[in-house]
Design a protein around this ligand. Structure first.
Ligand SMILES: [Zn+2]
Length: 53
């Protein structure tokens, strides 16, 4: 078993360093992080109700 399993998000661009395909999901799916610059962000839990775009 691979405990260090991480899943990369295809095509995701890091908002910090702008590198592509460096964003990975943490094992528990609660965080995303950039393996290039160390940027880290908690995944948004609830999607916005208003689609005002
Ligand atoms: Zn980055």
């Amino acid at each position: 078993m691979d405990k260090n399993l991480v899943r990369f998000i295809a095509g995701a661009i890091c908002p910090s360093c702008k590198e592509k395909d460096k964003i990975a999901l943490s094992a528990d799916d609660q965080e995303i992080y950039c393996i290039s610059c160390g940027f880290k962000e908690t995944k948004p839990q609830d999607p916005p109700r208003n689609n005002n775009n």
